[in-house]
Design a protein around this ligand. Structure first.
Ligand code: MD6
Ligand code: FE
Length: 207
């Protein structure tokens, strides 16, 4: 549970898992409010593929992908209006997690929301659209289990699996900040509070 950080597991230098750090039920109402403001949508890659995850954002900046590529925008392209402000409960969770992993003063301005259904996956990628790579990324998993994988600075090679469950938080910084990573195809299962869904919130200092 939150604030009782019993464990910080180092996967590799700069990459940490904080098992069961987040009280995900406490985040659920805010998540719903954010999604009423900026509904989920499937983004296109620059090559014209449709991503299998459904995506939204909250905070000052939101990550978008379309035929012109990846970038952060201050407005939701669906509405032309600013994204929903980042809920205080989201921001404080992310900075407390970062601090527990040794990254003090993390103040995210962007939260990317991804929804996975069974069968959804996320291919190997780097997160490199942010302006300051000395800032970590904090990721929170809600709902059904997923197998995350991390490779390294090159896209190909041996991967290390990291199994993530509801409430687990990952902190990605330092030398791991540029490592390729992704999520294996989700298995069919259901979670008592979220159903057959996994949510992932990634907190970034984008601007
Ligand atoms: C996911 N996460 O867990 C996808 N990126 O669904 C990410 O792509 C990610 O967990 C950067 C830092 C941490 C992450
Ligand atoms: Fe990522």
């Amino acid at each position: 549970m939150e604030d009782l950080v019993s464990q910080v597991i180092e996967i590799c230098p700069g990459m940490y898992v904080l098992p069961d750090f987040a009280d995900t039920q406490a985040l659920k109402v805010s998540l719903q409010q954010v999604l009423e403001h900026s509904p989920l949508r499937q983004m296109q890659t620059s090559r014209g593929f449709t991503m299998s995850v459904h995506t939204s954002n909250c905070g000052t900046a939101g990550w978008v992908s379309d035929r012109s590529g990846y970038r952060y925008l201050l407005q939701d392209p669906l509405s032309g209006k600013p994204w929903h402000p980042m809920p205080e409960s989201f921001a404080s969770l992310a900075s407390r997690a970062a601090k527990s992993a040794g990254f003090g003063h993390f103040e995210p301005d962007a939260c990317l929301i991804n929804r996975y259904l069974p069968g959804t996956q996320m291919g190997a990628h780097q997160d490199r659209d942010e302006s300051d790579f000395s800032q970590p990324i904090v990721s929170v998993s809600l709902g059904i289990d997923a197998r995350f994988f991390v490779i390294g600075p090159e896209k190909r090679g041996k991967s290390t699996p990291v199994d993530l469950s509801d409430g687990d938080v990952m902190v990605f910084g330092g030398p791991a900040r540029h490592f390729y990573h992704g999520v294996r195809k989700l298995k069919d299962s259901t979670h008592p509070h979220f159903g057959a869904v996994r949510w992932n919130l990634t907190f970034r200092k984008a601007l």
